[in-house]
Design a protein around this ligand. Structure first.
Ligand code: TEU
Length: 569
């Protein structure tokens, strides 16, 4: 959006920090992180300077997908604490000027949610139509392989339909069979969701991160998809940004957010979203959401066999994607900026070499883009991938189901399988936060639910807190830079050197102010002509503490060096 610093929404200057509660900090020794654990570490967040915390789900849940399967939207799971603990957390964050955004998971519920238990009880139950129930494919035997109503594949392997003996029909589940999809065509479903959202806002939360919100509108005839090697079809064209998606999000906006203070934050998680749809979602004039999470840059490197069959990616491919999204959401709409979350591998393992230097360079690269940056817990410490060496170490349902499927189909050899999981599995981001060098990294006094990374003896918060050259201190400076420099928050973005395979460079301009950003995405030194004069420029921010104003000639960058420069005059 083209706005002046005076009337730009507050979140154009904000930085969000994501907490995955299961892995953040455990206060009671059961090996699983909890709300009291977060409370013990709120000063870590305040010191970092973040404006918002997005809390992954803490609602009552059978934990089939670590809380993304909710059985009661209005209560806290005892695993994480109580409503009183949550109120205390809201108060502690607000006291430090930090907002709390809750995860909103309403494409599906748990199969143990009372809405679903009613829905499955009888074909004439009033809640039957709250979910997607369909008879077997005509001419097949209900419950037999291939009798599913459509050929759709679930995100977690296998068919997206589960047969229910009691009523002889199938229900749709795009994720696990314990995550039945809600039927957003039914107005009662929508009103129940909106009422629940209003209750949370009334309780004091400051907005929502909306899980797979662009999947709620399906093509109601549910056509078959193109069949893959597993014999199942790709239904995504019929449920990604479906026919009514913009209408439904606008309705939600009117029913829940209109008339509330402009201090809220709404961000839609939107796998498969196109730039055109993202513009529509985030155009303030349309009243849908403030921003969305796009997936093109994190989906780079998918091989022919999908996410667990990764192929190398070039820096120029990353520039092409991020540059296109910067341009596309320049005039209208707004970007969210993220490297990592609980579903993605760690950025220092993916784009860096796991050194603190690479963590800092990549942080500067992302945070100097235009949009709202999201920091995923542990990223500010330079935490790395898990480096598990055995399939049994993985806990994620996506991995467990995938391994069972490829072994059954005999599709990959075990070494290839392990290498793929080690590169892209979601558990890479879910190992416990590394607070100190002690036992279990200070995460728990008990047995952690997922193996703590042994590198916590080197990479941990305690070692970095007082060290001005640490990754943590670097993140602190980057967050302050966004707060202090209107050009970082609101300046236009122009990519430089789109064909260069090692240097990622761009400019940001706001009125007469210009910033030039140059990042060496590699450990080897490099010399480069940016095409923009930077001789004698002010060093506004740098990865290396001894960085000085560039001299004449090409710009010299040391390994993993990033510079933010303000040319003189
Ligand atoms: O993720 C949805 C999503 O599309 C993913 O990033 C997903 O992890 C990936 O496609 C699997 O390959 C959201 C949540 O972030 C994720 O943790 C949940 O498992 C999922 O929705 C279902 O609620």
């Amino acid at each position: 959006m083209t706005v002046s610093p005076d009337d730009a929404p507050w979140w154009t200057r904000a930085v969000v920090y994501q907490i995955y509660p299961r892995s953040f900090a455990d206060s009671d020794g059961d090996g699983v992180g909890d709300l009291r654990g977060i409370l013990e570490h709120v000063d870590h967040l305040a010191d970092l300077g973040v404006d918002v915390v997005w809390l992954s789900p803490i609602y009552r849940s059978p934990q089939d997908d670590n809380g993304y399967d909710i059985s009661d939207y209005d209560d806290v799971d005892p695993l994480f604490g109580s409503l009183a603990d949550l109120d205390a957390l809201i108060e502690a964050l607000h006291a430090r000027g930090i907002k709390l955004v809750m995860d909103l998971v309403v494409n599906h519920t748990s199969d143990e949610h009372p809405w679903f238990t009613a829905s499955r009880s009888a074909t004439d139950d009033p809640r039957r139509d709250w979910y997607w129930w369909r008879p077997a494919r005509p001419g097949t035997v209900p419950g037999a392989p291939g009798a599913e109503p459509t050929n759709w594949r679930s995100f977690f392997s296998g068919p997206a339909w589960q047969y229910d003996e009691a009523t002889g029909e199938y229900y749709l589940h795009l994720f696990s069979r314990k995550q039945p999809d809600l039927n957003w065509e039914n107005p009662q479903v929508r009103q129940a969701v909106y009422a629940m959202m209003r209750r949370w806002l009334d309780r004091g939360v400051d907005g929502f991160r909306m899980d797979v919100i662009n999947l709620v509108s399906k093509v109601t005839s549910l056509p078959d998809g193109v069949v893959g090697v597993d014999g199942l079809g790709d239904g995504s064209p019929y449920y990604t940004c479906g026919p009514r998606i913009h209408e439904l999000l606008h309705e939600m906006h009117e029913e829940v957010f209109a008339g509330r203070s402009g201090q809220l934050l709404t961000v839609g998680e939107t796998p498969g979203v196109t730039l055109a749809d993202a513009v529509a979602f985030t155009d303030p004039a349309r009243g849908e959401v403030d921003m969305v999470f796009a997936f093109e840059h994190v989906d780079l490197g998918r091989g022919p066999g999908g996410k667990f069959d990764p192929v190398p990616v070039r820096l120029t491919e990353l520039k092409e994607v991020l540059g296109r999204w910067q341009a596309g959401l320049g005039e209208v709409g707004w970007n969210s900026l993220y490297w990592s979350n609980h579903d993605q591998p760690r950025v220092v393992s993916r784009w860096g070499d796991e050194s603190p230097a690479s963590a800092k360079a990549l942080a500067t690269l992302l945070h100097l883009h235009r949009g709202t940056p999201y920091v995923y817990q542990g990223e500010e410490l330079g935490m790395t991938n898990a480096h598990f060496t055995a399939v049994e170490q993985y806990q994620d349902i996506e991995v467990v189901n995938y391994v069972a499927q490829v072994r059954a189909l005999g599709l990959v050899d075990e070494a290839h399988l392990l290498a793929g999981l080690a590169t892209t599995s979601r558990d890479n981001a879910r190992t416990p936060v590394q607070w100190d060098a002690g036992p279990n990294a200070g995460f728990t006094s008990g047995e952690p639910w997922l193996t703590v990374n042994p590198n916590h003896v080197r990479i941990n918060a305690a070692a970095q807190r007082q060290d001005e050259t640490s990754v943590l201190a670097h993140y602190r400076r980057l967050i302050a830079l966004r707060h202090d420099e209107p050009t970082v928050a609101l300046g236009d973005f122009t990519m430089l050197l789109p064909e260069h395979e090692q240097v990622y460079a761009f400019t940001r301009r706001l009125g007469a102010d210009l910033l030039v950003v140059a990042v060496n995405v590699g450990a080897e030194p490099v010399e480069v002509d940016l095409g923009v004069p930077v001789e004698g420029a002010e060093v506004v921010h740098a990865t290396h503490p001894d960085a000085v104003a560039p001299g004449p000639g090409p710009l010299r960058l040391r390994g993993w060096e990033a510079l933010v420069l303000r040319p003189r005059g």
